[in-house]
Design a protein around this ligand. Structure first.
Ligand code: TIU
Length: 216
């Protein structure tokens, strides 16, 4: 079984029951001129995850291992958008640079070109921050015990998903170079929170450490 150097300590897991999850690598969050940037956010902080994630995806696919992608967004009539979310996110469903913001089927809602899912790879559309809430993710992960967690943003959808996964019995390895936050301090503290207290939510490592194990 592979072991990767991680915080708070070495993480050993079985590749036969491990899946890679790529969370919300959507144009609305990552593209210059998009929704995320229109809120005053620095998309460069997220875009630095694209290259290491593309390299990991290539190796992961070459090893024949399972990958699941997620996208945050809503039906065009917003009937699946929790009212409390819409209240604080009134731009959801409004016209943006890349189509209606966070609406399924719009260009901006889809995944960036560099990380497009391949045919057959599940894409989980989620209305919330966590990937388990109101989705079939738990059913897709029937054979899975370990999640390799990547995507954006570290303190929002990544954290929520990692917390949900913990309560459902999954072990999570979060890759620091493959998750990103618009805010450097949240990136740093968000990762520390996962590994704190002996790994309260999981382990934190880098993609290079994992790549060594899957490209042997
Ligand atoms: N995917 C995700 O994290 N959605 C967000 O809204 N993130 C923010 O940081 N705003």
């Amino acid at each position: 079984m592979p072991t990767v150097a991680a915080d708070p300590g070495p993480f050993t897991f079985d590749l036969d029951s491990t899946a890679l999850i790529v969370i919300d690598m959507q144009r609305d969050f990552l593209l210059p001129g998009g929704f995320g940037e229109s809120l005053g956010n620095d998309v460069a902080q997220l875009r630095r995850t694209i290259a290491p994630l593309a390299a990991l995806l290539a190796a992961w696919r070459a090893a024949g291992l399972p990958v699941i992608h997620t996208r945050e967004g809503h039906l065009p009539d917003l009937s699946d958008c929790p009212p409390a979310k819409l209240k604080r996110g009134s731009m959801i469903g409004q016209p943006g640079t890349f189509g209606k913001i966070l609406i399924r089927g719009e260009y901006g809602h889809d995944i960036v070109d560099e990380l497009q899912p391949l045919p057959g790879e599940p894409v989980v559309d989620k209305p919330g921050k966590g990937a388990f809430y109101a989705t079939n993710l738990d059913e897709l992960l029937r054979e899975t015990k370990t999640l390799i967690v990547t995507g954006v943003t570290t303190e929002v959808c990544v954290h929520t998903t990692v917390r949900e996964a913990n309560d459902r019995g999954y072990e999570c390895l979060v890759l620091s170079d493959c998750v990103g936050s618009y805010f450097p301090e949240f990136q740093s503290v968000g990762l520390r929170m996962i590994a704190a207290q002996g790994g309260i939510f999981g382990w934190v490592s880098e993609s290079s450490a994992l790549l060594k194990e899957i490209t042997r």
